[in-house]
Design a protein around this ligand. Structure first.
Ligand SMILES: CC(C)(COP(=O)(O)OP(=O)(O)OC[C@H]1O[C@@H](n2cnc3c(N)ncnc32)[C@H](O)[C@@H]1OP(=O)(O)O)[C@@H](O)C(=O)NCCC(=O)NCCS
Length: 208
């Protein structure tokens, strides 16, 4: 499945439209102009965003979000396979609707972030930031000293989000994702999906 026949993954404020990754592109704007941009639907009141751990009863929500964004529940990164159902899954709920999810797994003293997704209708309102902060906080409580995440070379939004949250590049595994898939996929903005990019941050300092 290519970038243009996947579900819409992003919201385009200039066209007020939900778009898939192949139709997405980068536009540099001032931060001030960004604040003025339309939000998908009505902006959500902070108090109406609730984070809740998904237990067995919410397995369907976990499956739904994995299917919607990834068409799979197994994720290959850090030379391992992470199964979404074996991870801790935290849902972001907005007025009882699932808006997004972060999934992580603790291995020794490291917290691996495996999935992070916010549905297009709820993007741009700080939900990913809240989900990451929650995962980092849980990691600290469980005695982790490092958080790690892997993304792909095309995923400019993810690279922005994680760097803004204090993650730094540690490794570039050139061609790793292309080798795994066996053929060349196109990703965000039509960029070929080739490399695994690993980032990490210390859990010693708090995030904002
Ligand atoms: C990437 C994604 C998780 C961001 O979720 P979100 O709730 O819209 O993100 P937030 O509003 O919490 O933004 C957090 C920060 O990242 C930045 N950011 C978010 N989306 C961005 C984008 N598309 N381009 C550049 N920066 C972006 C925000 O500007 C914000 O920084 P700020 O607080 O300094 O303004 C979401 O767009 C998504 O799930 N996309 C689907 C596609 C996908 O698979 N992404 C990979 C996820 S790892």
């Amino acid at each position: 499945m290519g970038a243009t026949d996947r579900n819409p993954q992003y919201y385009c404020p200039l066209r007020d439209r939900y778009i898939n990754m192949g139709d997405a592109d980068i536009l540099v704007v001032s931060r001030e102009a960004k604040e003025d941009q339309a939000k998908p639907d009505d902006p959500v009141a902070e108090a109406n965003i609730v984070l809740r751990r998904a237990y067995n009863e919410e397995k369907d929500e976990v499956q739904e979000i994995c299917d919607y964004f990834w068409d799979e529940t197994e994720f290959h990164c850090f030379d391992q396979v992470f199964d979404a159902y074996q991870c801790t899954n935290i849902l972001a709920l907005v007025e009882d609707e699932t808006a997004g999810m972060i999934s992580y797994k603790k291995i020794d003293d490291t917290l691996y972030i495996v999935i992070l997704n916010v549905y297009p209708e709820y993007q741009g309102q700080g939900i990913a930031r809240r989900l990451i902060n929650e995962a980092l906080e849980q990691g600290r409580k469980q005695g982790c000293n490092t958080a790690k995440v892997a993304t792909t070379n095309d995923d400019i939004p993810a690279l922005c989000v994680y760097q803004k949250m204090g993650f730094r590049f540690t490794e570039l595994l050139s061609g790793k994702v292309a080798d795994h898939h066996g053929d060349e996929l196109t990703g965000f903005a039509g960029i070929p999906v080739l490399d695994e990019i690993r980032l990490q941050r210390s859990l010693e300092s708090a995030t904002d």
